[in-house]
Design a protein around this ligand. Structure first.
Ligand SMILES: [Cu+2]
Length: 690
């Protein structure tokens, strides 16, 4: 019903729009698809401008999904194959052609019925980028006016001819050497390409950038860090330039409401991540959902999920627009799944809570200048929000627990809750399908000075050695924010994958064990699963060619989870003939180098070798007291080897090693010496001295 109404309103809008002036939509067909329920084609990252990832196709449903088999699988010629990459893209489909981007920003066009490669475009991006915080990845493309649009890790937004892949224009929206990049899929609508920007771990100034789709000319920027005098400018310390270095980047595709004329986006963490001591105030618009005028970039409203963030609690997952009924009233909603583990449900006309969000008093740490209160949504969290006790840690807390220089266990970790992965919304069930990570971090502050282009974190949040990680899939009721069903899964989810839902009553998602699964949207029951052979850590899509419905997913793993890396795109249909692939190696569920082979007296540890960028080789090394170990960066990215004992960081430290650099450390004291890479606190190593 909701969609029926929307079509009518959208049509009325179009008539008004067309009749109002000589202004004509630059691409009327795409604009119409962007504001219609998703059917045959999947033309933008979130399906349409709502980001609901809901397909009206229902040839595949709860009664026949068990018959699904592989229709085709295509390997993308080794693009994005290597340890530094994740494959997180949502493919697009239009008129029987699929377009997909890899972690190297390479783009491929495939016949969506057969998987045959039609063209390829290799990005040629610099392989020595130092501004990539969290693995090389790209979340997808936008299309319009006969072009595809991609934001690259080197901070260029590029337009390609949709028929050939030839570059049409290329606009640097920033300079990667200053810490910037793009990982999110852009949004195209009505002649404008909207792009987010990354660099929240590099002391950058976040923003949304609007470009003219025809020429690539930058039309406007809206900064997520307000200057003094701007709305929110008084939430930063007066007389400082911290608003130029406070992070607040955008990791995902905006949503857009054509009737209200607003675009909506989720905004990431404050910088430095774990040190709030020099930035008193709420620090807008970190960890917020923001609406601005889609044409002009004029501020409309904001809702801040975490005041004065010191936990890396980004709003990283895309905001989703939906319509619902509350107390008999038709309401225009927007929802965002935060790293806090809550879904924030708001009125998209004004940013006010729709279901209820209470400001509550929280623990205080004056040195961190912590906010007095934090928003607590009414309803259920999708992950536990208190850390379990662990030996060796005296400070343990729940969400918003404070910390200074003594390691403090807090759950959710700054990885989530829900990380970058999208949730979906099914208007038939009224449910959101939310990916979640269960993980505990040992938060510690150690201070940092801003240096252009380098990481600016101010502390660490590595998970303690031996702690457990897992995941959840949760259905959240859209008008109560309560759990309808939930299932725990063995691996963290929500770092790459995400969910998609259909009128056939299905929820589709990949998992890091390589399996794509279809669940009953009402109950969560797994109805079908299929092994892709690589970490299935990208959101699925649904489309139709020649009367047949397909489900497709990029399968190439996630470096942050440690799932199997690859370059496959799979499509499934009821006529499919292909059987499952062999299962890949499973990612770790226990943190740290506690299992696996131990080298004897290795005097060198290579970082980023063996085509695994985010790892130490050997990972475990047994040496005699007084021996030296030389740590050499054999990878493409700056790394460190930094002592990590019971959450305490830095008793010894190589410091930042640029590619090719080495540092030798002498180990005298017998015992276990664990270490991490401070910019990549999911890299762990162990030196055993005995
Ligand atoms: Cu590293």
């Amino acid at each position: 019903m909701e969609h029926g109404r929307r079509i009518v309103v959208a049509a009325a809008f179009f008539l008004l729009f067309a009749g109002a002036s000589a202004v004509q939509a630059a691409d009327p067909e795409i604009d119409k698809l962007l504001q219609s329920p998703v059917g045959k084609d999947w033309v933008t990252n979130g399906g349409n401008t709502t980001n609901q990832r809901y397909s009206t196709l229902k040839q595949i449903d709860t009664t026949n999904v068990q018959q699904l088999k592989g229709a085709w699988v295509t390997r993308l010629k080794g693009s994005g194959v290597g340890g530094k990459y994740s494959f997180e893209a949502t493919p697009l489909v239009k008129d029987g052609v699929m377009y997909v981007s890899t972690g190297n920003d390479d783009v491929f066009a495939l016949n969506a019925k057969t998987g045959e490669m039609l063209w390829e475009r290799w990005s040629g991006i610099d392989q020595k980028l130092t501004s990539v915080c969290c693995g090389w990845d790209n979340r997808g493309l936008a299309m319009g006016e006969g072009m595809l649009f991609i934001g690259q890790l080197d901070a260029n937004v590029v337009a390609l001819d949709i028929k050939t892949g030839k570059e049409a224009w290329k606009t640097p929206i920033e300079v990667w050497q200053d810490g910037y990049g793009v990982t999110s899929a852009p949004l195209y609508y009505d002649g404008i390409v909207y792009s987010g920007i990354t660099g929240g771990e590099y002391g950058v100034r976040g923003r949304i950038t609007a470009l003219d789709a025809k020429t690539g000319k930058i039309l406007w920027r809206w900064y997520t860090l307000p200057a003094p005098g701007d709305v929110g400018g008084d939430t930063w310390p007066a007389g400082t330039d911290h608003y130029l270095h406070g992070g607040a980047t955008i990791w995902n595709t905006p949503a857009l409401d054509p009737q209200l004329g607003l675009i909506y986006f989720s905004v990431g963490n404050c910088g430095p991540d774990y040190d709030g001591s020099m930035r008193p105030g709420d620090n807008l618009f970190c960890a917020s959902v923001v609406a601005v005028n889609a044409k002009t970039g004029q501020y409309a409203w904001h809702f801040q999920e975490v005041h004065h963030d010191i936990w890396d609690y980004d709003a990283a997952s895309p905001a989703v627009l939906f319509d619902t009924v509350i107390d008999g009233q038709q309401r225009k909603g927007i929802a965002q799944a935060g790293r806090t583990g809550w879904v924030y449900i708001l009125d998209r006309t004004n940013g006010k809570p729709l279901v209820g969000i209470e400001e509550k008093a929280v623990p205080q740490e004056p040195r961190q200048k912590t906010a007095k209160t934090q928003p607590y949504p009414v309803g259920d969290a999708i992950v536990p929000q208190c850390a379990k006790p662990m030996e060796g840690f005296e400070r343990i807390g729940c969400i918003f627990e404070v910390f200074w220089e003594e390691p403090t266990l807090v759950q959710p970790s700054g990885i989530g809750g829900t990380n970058w992965s999208p949730m979906s919304y099914n208007p038939d069930t009224g449910l959101f399908y939310v990916p979640g990570i269960i993980r505990t971090s040992a938060f510690v502050r150690y201070g940092d000075k801003y240096k252009k282009g380098l990481q600016y974190n101010g502390g660490s949040q590595a998970a303690p050695i031996g702690s457990e990680m897992s995941g959840t899939w949760t259905a959240i009721i859209g008008n109560t924010n309560k759990i309808a069903w939930q299932e725990n899964v063995p691996f963290p989810v929500g770092r790459g994958g995400g969910s998609t839902t259909t009128a056939g009553g299905l929820v589709l998602h990949g998992d890091s064990d390589g399996t794509i699964r279809a669940r009953n949207a009402k109950t969560g029951e797994v109805l079908w699963q299929f092994q892709t052979g690589f970490g299935a850590e990208a959101p699925p899509i649904v489309y139709e060619v020649d009367g047949d419905q397909y489900i497709a997913i990029a399968a190439g793993g996630n470096q942050g989870i440690g799932s199997a890396n690859g370059d496959a795109v799979w499509a499934f249909s009821l006529n499919g003939q292909l059987n499952q692939a062999a299962a890949p190696a499973l990612p770790a569920t226990i943190v740290g180098p506690t299992v696996g082979p131990i080298a004897d007296n290795a005097d060198t540890v290579n970082i980023g070798a063996n085509n695994i960028e985010f790892g130490y080789f050997p990972r475990r090394d047994r040496i005699k007291p007084g021996s030296t170990v030389t740590f050499t960066n054999a990878g493409d990215t700056p790394h460190t080897a930094t002592s990590y004992e019971k959450g305490k960081v830095g008793a010894w430290d190589t410091g930042t090693l640029m590619p090719g650099q080495s540092k030798t450390i002498t180990f005298d004291k017998p015992g276990n010496h664990y270490y991490i890479c401070t910019p990549h606190p999911w890299m762990y190593g162990q030196i055993i001295v005995e």
